[in-house]
Design a protein around this ligand. Structure first.
Ligand code: NAP
Length: 306
């Protein structure tokens, strides 16, 4: 595939940034990729494993001369990082991010984008429960969606270039407005994560009563919850604090449905339960048919990257 950018700067070097680096290299999408992370430890690890062509000591140094700057830090840190790099951005450059929430990031980053620099927020819908510079791999975005959320008046050519980069990294690209993005993600990702955290918390409380049985007999349902609940605490704290409205809206609906199911169990309304589970099973089939998950037994765990 042809080179799309001369120089890309990755700010923050965790799961998403390191996966981007390997995916960019896999297809030769950039001439040079420079990186920066706030701790000396992460910068040292990056140098040790050959993550990025060059690691810089400051964020401002990393973005100098870059055609594309990708903010790959937790949502709550985006604004401060944008302020740090603002005056070093190259005229005509594009700034993007990979944050899991869009409206709050646009509000935090937007004011720091100088005139003549494009800001095109994005969100790859791909991840694992692992984090840090060693956790990335080139295939993370393959056949996953990346949502672009161009702000009003975004440059069409710059948007097209960013789309080509994500496609080059293996993703399917769609465009969405920020508010819709945040609601969709509250349903598909944010609320499910909170429910998983809660379920694992409940089981942990129970464990004190039943000793180690929860772990010992951990069956598929609970194991899936524990995998999700192992996700990075900082990232997820920031997601909930920054997608408050949409998450609360979905959790309100969730609670209502939960009460309805609770009542069906109490009153022995098997028809209600059966109809409900039939509907939800169809959704799962739809996801598998859309190629967004595998139908393999054990949810494809044997093949999953560890
Ligand atoms: P990660 O593996 O935990 O890496 C986070 C990076 O951000 C690290 O390099 C860390 O630097 C840096 N960082 C943390 N706090 C910071 C702060 N206050 N100021 C400046 N830098 C800071 O995270 P990730 O999973 O790649 O997530 C990065 C972004 O992608 C987040 O906005 C997240 O919402 C989004 N995202 C994540 C997933 C997922 O499943 N993980 C999926 C899609 C999008 P040090 O290492 O030096 O501490």
């Amino acid at each position: 595939m042809a080179q799309i950018y001369d120089r890309v700067a990755l700010i923050g070097l965790g799961l998403i940034a390191s996966s981007m680096y390997w995916a960019i290299k896999r297809s030769g999408l950039a001439g040079e990729v420079v990186g920066y992370a706030r701790t000396a430890e992460t910068r040292a690890t990056a140098r040790e494993i050959g993550l990025c062509d060059r690691i810089c000591e400051t964020a401002a140094e990393a973005v100098q001369g870059a055609d594309l700057v990708v903010l790959c830090v937790p949502v709550g840190a985006m604004g401060a990082v944008a302020a740090e790099i603002s005056s070093a951005l190259k005229p005509g450059a594009t700034v993007t991010d990979v944050g899991s929430v869009k409206k709050a990031v646009i509000d935090a980053v937007g004011p720091h984008i100088p005139l003549g620099v494009n800001f095109i927020p994005a969100h790859p819908l791909a991840g694992t429960e692992h984090s840090g510079p060693r956790s990335g791999f080139a295939e993370l975005f393959d056949n996953r969606w990346c949502l672009l959320v161009p702000t009003d008046g975004a440059d069409a050519q710059a948007t097209q270039k960013l789309r080509s980069l994500w496609e080059g990294m293996g993703a399917n690209v769609d465009e969405m407005d920020a508010e819709h993005h945040d609601l969709v993600l509250a349903v598909t990702s944010h609320a499910p994560h909170l429910i998983a955290y809660t379920m694992v918390g409940v089981a942990d409380d129970l464990r004190r009563v039943t000793d180690s049985e929860v772990i010992k007999y951990s069956a598929a349902g609970f194991r899936d919850f524990t995998r999700i609940a192992a996700s990075d605490p900082t990232m997820w704290r920031d997601v909930f604090l920054n997608n408050k409205e949409a998450t609360l809206e979905i959790l309100g609906r969730f609670t209502e449905e939960l009460f309805a199911l609770q009542r069906a169990i109490r009153t022995g309304d098997g028809d209600h339960l059966h109809a409900y589970f039939t509907r939800t099973r169809a959704i799962r089939r739809g996801i598998v048919q859309a190629g967004q998950d595998t139908d393999a037994p054990d949810f494809g765990r044997a093949k999953a990257k560890g």
